[in-house]
Ligand binder design. Structure first.
Ligand code: GLN
Length: 493
């Protein structure tokens, strides 16, 4: 029998409702798995077993009383450690927030709890979500369950690793430039970034506010839809929250792709993409055409400049967002002669090198005399990127590409070379700039046994089309491999 820790949300929900097992059994299975895998992965920063067991017991008690709050009831879920959890340490992977315990829950956390989901704990991330490998965490890197000498991707690498390894059935991450989709790709999972504004960021520690979105990591496309439906919706406490009706997400999961117009992004194939990734995606383009889609090539000419624009806009916003970590209001304080000394020393000791680099970049790009040349230019490029997408969506319903130009890379390979690390998001960043929904679905393994992810992008609020294609890609790929760590002999029988 499948270990309970390896079930999808849908299968776990069926087992809970048929009485085959309890929420307590599910949580115990995830905790047992974590007891073995965490020594290899370091994916959790906080794993609160007592709270998780209490949450499971509450879900079981609700079932026993005939109360059913839907598909997440009793499901063990992990949260990226940049989401505020009342009474549970929230660090953003930074030394400056070590020991900080928020007095309130992020809206997504409150929503999961309303659904009687079980919060397992908080997962590792690149400090303030800045990075693509989880090596920028102040608390040490997370490793990839498929190959522990390799990175899980980032910045939500801990969330990806726990779902791949089986120490949670699903997780939430945040995606500013690719931080859900790229680690999902590197860990063989489904990961979705919804349309900007569809999920509340209230209680998410901000990185770049015009780009940040929260979304799910799951093992199946259906599970991702279930998670997104649970967390989406207008929130008065997030000024950027979308006020219209929550978009349809799951009604087209079984619709297939016959007659759909699918555009292959010309700039995201061939040069710069690992040949095995490129070939796997090309095979999927053909499979989609064979399944009845009208597949054509589409150009997004400004995407060439998207990465450069992002690395001005995101640091600029970060430099403003991170000004609040001053030694007075939160976390670490390093005393100095004057208040200014105290603040400077707190920030110098509290922030790691990548965060410091971003603050310097962002402050420079915003400073008088450079604003027009850097930040202003980047905003113009952002408009061009949006226009490219708008023009493309006149011709096609969705766009597709690889999610990541490579499969998981070795730990340490890119830490000395920020530009090569930034390049990890070359396929994902444009849809953040556009504010559109996008997701990654695993489609196979490379020769080294590492997962390859396939990206689907859709126009704003067209999540249903994204999920429609994602479900077909999942069926066509038939990907059901599990990582070495979740299947190896280190696990007790
Ligand atoms: N890797 C990108 C960066 O470092 C994206 C991070 C993210 O999406 N949070 O900024």
């Amino acid at each position: 029998m499948t270990d309970l820790a390896d079930l999808s949300i849908a299968d776990a929900g069926a087992g809970l409702r048929s009485g085959e097992f309890t929420a307590r059994d599910l949580v115990d299975a995830a905790i047992t798995r974590a007891a073995v895998t965490e020594a290899h992965l370091h994916a959790y920063l906080t794993l609160d077993q007592d709270r998780a067991r209490a949450g499971a017991d509450a879900a079981d008690a609700a079932f026993a009383a005939g109360e059913d709050r839907g598909p997440l009831q009793g499901i063990p879920i992990a949260l990226k450690d940049n989401m505020s959890t009342r009474g549970m340490e929230t660090t953003a992977g930074s030394r400056i927030l070590a020991g900080y315990v928020p007095p309130y829950d992020a809206t997504v956390v409150a929503k999961l709890q309303e659904h009687h989901a079980v919060i397992m704990g908080k997962t590792n991330l690149d400090e303030y979500a800045m990075g693509s490998s989880t090596e920028n965490s102040a608390f040490g890197p997370t490793r990839n369950p498929w190959d522990t000498d390799r990175v899980p991707g980032g910045s939500s690498g801990g969330s990806a690793a726990v779902v791949a390894a089986g120490s949670a059935l699903a997780a939430l991450g945040s995606d500013t430039g690719g931080s859900i989709r790229q680690p999902a790709s590197l860990c063989g999972l489904v990961g979705v970034k919804p349309t900007y504004g569809v999920v509340s960021r209230y209680g998410l520690i901000a990185f770049a506010s015009s780009l940040d979105q929260i979304g799910p990591f799951t093992r199946t496309v259906t599970d991702a839809a279930t998670m997104l439906e649970a967390i989406a919706g207008f929130d008065i406490r997030d000024a950027t929250s979308y006020r219209g009706d929550t978009p349809d997400i799951s009604s087209l999961l079984d619709a297939g792709v016959a007659g759909m117009r699918i555009g292959i992004v010309k700039e995201l194939s061939g040069d710069g993409i690992d040949p095995q990734v490129d070939q796997a995606c090309a095979a999927m383009y053909k499979a989609l055409a064979d399944a009845g889609a009208v597949v054509s090539e589409v150009s997004l000419p400004a995407s060439e400049y998207a990465l450069s624009a992002y690395y001005l806009i995101a640091p600029a916003e970060a430099s403003a967002n991170l000004a609040r970590f001053d030694g007075v209001r939160y976390g670490l304080r390093v005393d100095g002669e004057t208040t200014e000394d105290m603040m400077a020393q707190t920030r110098a000791e509290g922030f790691g090198p990548e965060v410091t680099r971003r603050i310097l970049l962002g402050t420079y790009a915003l400073s008088a005399g450079y604003y027009d040349a850097f930040y202003g230019q980047a905003q113009k490029v952002r408009t061009l990127v949006r226009n490219d997408f708008a023009a493309a969506y006149e011709k096609v319903d969705v766009l597709v590409s690889p999610t990541s130009p490579t499969t998981a890379f070795p730990i340490g390979e890119r830490t000395e070379d920020p530009l090569s690390m930034y390049y990890a998001d070359v396929c994902t960043i444009a849809s953040n700039l556009a504010g559109d929904p996008s997701g990654s679905v695993p489609i196979g393994l490379d020769d080294g046994g590492l997962p390859i992810g396939f990206q689907i992008m859709a126009p704003a609020l067209h999540e249903a089309q994204l999920f429609r294609v994602a479900a077909e890609v999942e069926r066509l790929a038939g990907f059901d491999a599990r990582p070495a760590l979740a299947t190896s002999e280190v696990l007790p029988a």
